[in-house]
Write a protein that binds this ligand. Structure first.
Ligand SMILES: NC(=O)c1ccc[n+]([C@@H]2O[C@H](COP(=O)([O-])OP(=O)(O)OC[C@H]3O[C@@H](n4cnc5c(N)ncnc54)[C@H](OP(=O)(O)O)[C@@H]3O)[C@@H](O)[C@H]2O)c1
Length: 269
C-alpha cells in the first residue's frame, strides 16, 4: 500500500451486497481500505474502481472465513504490511433456509464459523490494538433475526442473536477505552444473501445502499445500535412484546413461504 492519507477500515464480505456498498461509502469519505472476501475477481475489480475514483490505498485479501484459521491469518497479514486498522467492519455472513434436521451439519458449522467464530476472533485481535491506542470503531452486522427464534432458518437466527448479544456486551466494555461498537440489524435487504440461503427475496426488502448509508452514519455517530428502515424498527419492537413461541410461529410462516417460493422458481428454471 502507498502512503496513508487517512484512517484505514477493514471490511469483510466486501465483494457484494451491504459490504460492497459500505466499501464504496468508506472510499468516498477517503478511508484507505482492506477488503476481505473469497471472490478475488470481484475484490480486484472493486479495488481498481475505488483507487481510480478516490485515490485511496486498497489492499485486498482473499480468505474463506468459514475456516477459523482465516481470521488470525488476516490479522497477521495486515500487521506484516504495517497497516493500522482504525475501523473494523465484520459484515461477511451467510444463512441457510430449510428444516434444521434436513440441512447438512457441515453447512451449519461453516455458518457458525463465519458468522460467529471469525467475527469474534477478528474483533478480539483488532480491539486489543485499538485498546492500546485508546481509539477505534467496530461495526458488527447482526440482523432483525437476532431478536427472535427462526424456524426454517434456525442456525442463522441463532448466530445473529450471538452477534447482537456479544456486540452489545463489548460496547459496554470498550467504551471506557475510547472505542465504539455499533451493531447493525438489517431486515430483508436486496443482496445475494437470499439466493445463497436458498430463499426468495421479500418484496419489501430494502436496497443495500440505503442499509449501508444508515450503518455508516450510525457508526460515525458512535451509535450502539442501527436498525435501518421504519418497517424493521417496528418489527423489532413488536417481536419484543411476544414470547418466543409466538414470534417463532410468525417467522416460520414467512421463512417457509420464501423457501418454497425459491424451490418453485428453481424448478421453473
Ligand atoms: N440481505 C439480507 O436480507 C440480510 C438481512 C439481515 C442481515 N444480513 C447480514 O448482512 C451481512 C451482509 O450480507 P449481504 O446481505 O450483503 O449478503 P451477500 O450479498 O451475500 O454478501 C455476503 C458477503 O460475505 C462474503 N462471504 C460469504 N461467505 C464468506 C466466507 N466463507 N468467507 C469470506 N467471506 C464470505 C461474500 O463474499 P464471497 O462470496 O466473495 O466470499 C459477500 O461479500 C451478512 O452478515 C448477513 O447475515 C443480511
Amino acid at each position: 500500500m502507498g502512503v496513508q492519507n487517512k484512517e484505514t477500515a477493514l471490511i469483510t464480505g466486501a465483494s457484494s451486497g451491504i459490504g460492497y456498498e459500505l466499501s464504496k461509502l468508506f472510499a468516498e469519505h477517503r478511508y484507505n481500505l482492506v477488503l476481505v472476501a473469497r471472490n478475488i475477481k470481484r475484490l480486484s475489480e472493486l479495488s481498481k474502481e475505488l483507487i481510480e475514483n478516490f485515490g485511496i490505498c486498497v489492499k485486498i485479501i482473499q480468505k474463506d472465513l468459514s475456516l477459523t484459521c482465516s481470521a488470525e491469518e488476516i490479522f497477521y497479514e495486515v500487521e506484516s504490511s504495517n497497516i493500522q486498522i482504525d475501523i473494523l467492519v465484520n459484515n461477511a455472513g451467510t444463512g441457510a433456509n430449510g428444516l434444521f434436521h434436513e440441512i447438512d451439519y457441515k453447512k451449519d458449522i461453516e455458518m457458525i464459523n463465519l458468522n460467529i467464530a471469525s467475527l469474534t476472533i477478528l474483533t478480539k485481535l483488532f480491539s486489543k490494538k485499538m485498546v492500546k491506542r485508546k481509539k477505534g470503531k467496530i461495526l458488527n452486522v447482526a440482523s432483525t433475526g437476532s431478536y427472535q427464534p427462526g424456524p426454517y432458518i434456525a442456525v442463522y437466527y441463532a448466530t445473529k442473536a450471538y452477534v447482537l448479544s456479544f456486540s452489545e456486551a463489548i460496547t459496554n466494555e470498550l467504551k471506557s477505552y475510547g472505542i465504539s461498537v455499533t451493531t447493525l440489524c438489517p431486515g430483508a435487504t436486496k443482496t445475494e444473501f437470499s439466493k445463497r440461503a436458498g430463499k426468495a427475496d421479500l418484496k419489501i426488502a430494502m436496497d443495500a445502499k440505503t442499509v449501508a448509508m444508515a450503518a455508516y452514519d450510525g457508526l460515525m455517530r458512535n451509535k450502539r445500535l442501527v436498525i435501518p428502515g421504519w418497517r424493521n424498527k417496528l418489527a423489532v419492537s413488536i417481536s419484543k412484546l411476544f414470547p418466543g413461541n409466538v414470534s417463532a410461529k410468525a417467522v416460520r410462516e414467512i421463512q417457509q413461504q420464501l423457501t418454497e417460493q425459491a424451490m418453485k422458481e428453481k424448478r421453473l428454471g
